[in-house]
Design a protein around this ligand. Sequence first.
Ligand code: DX5
Length: 242
Amino acid sequence: MKAPLPDGRVRIVPSLLAADFSALASSWAPLAAAGADWASVDVMDGHFVPNLSFGPDLVKAMKERSGAPLIDSHLMVSDPGAYAPVFAEAGSDWVSFHLEACPRPKPLIKKLKAMGCAVGVAIKPATPAAGLIRLLGDIDLALVMTVEPGFGGQTFIEGMLPKIRALREAIDARGRKVWLQIDGGVNARWVGPAAAAGGDSLVAGSAVFKAADPAAAWRALEAAGQEAFDKGWTRRPVAPRR
Ligand code: DX5
């Protein structure tokens, strides 16, 4: 499996949803030069969320012609069973789908892993952590939405911080190598709290691509995220192994 495992290094994952759609590869280039190696592709079907975005050919193009970043395809679609294998086939390193669209996810997780693709499961703000905690033995990435999925540029929902902490403690208690990805409204204000609560893969769209200097913004977010994660880590009471 090509997707890297969590290694204590916080990743700021630029979301292409906020990039210039007329120049995706050239928008990515300065971030790659700054050290970014992981991009998030938000896939929207106009049904699970009221927006339409990218198809699998974008993943293929980004993998082939833009320095081959790691790509996680975040499927905000009503039929992940149909589309997750398509995005795995297109070259995604992770494919994440929503628990709300796939209440019995294990067969799809198994199918994607058999294709050599790492698997994430995502939950919307209203969905409790329990459903994701039950899957920590099966997945490579747990995605906590900190905005209502569908659009970039929204404000981070502070009420999601306890859910992030609960997932971090569950991951640590099980000794699992599972990324805890946070997606939505991550910016200079919220990167610290999100990382201190335990997020180690922080998706940032507007805060990176709408900045005057996206590469500088990415570097600043990564430094702030790492500092907060490390501080939070030392203070975090790791639950006893079950
Ligand atoms: C929502 C999207 C956004 C995007 C990040 O469905 O998933 O969260 O990735 O956008 P910003 O960082 O602008 O909130």
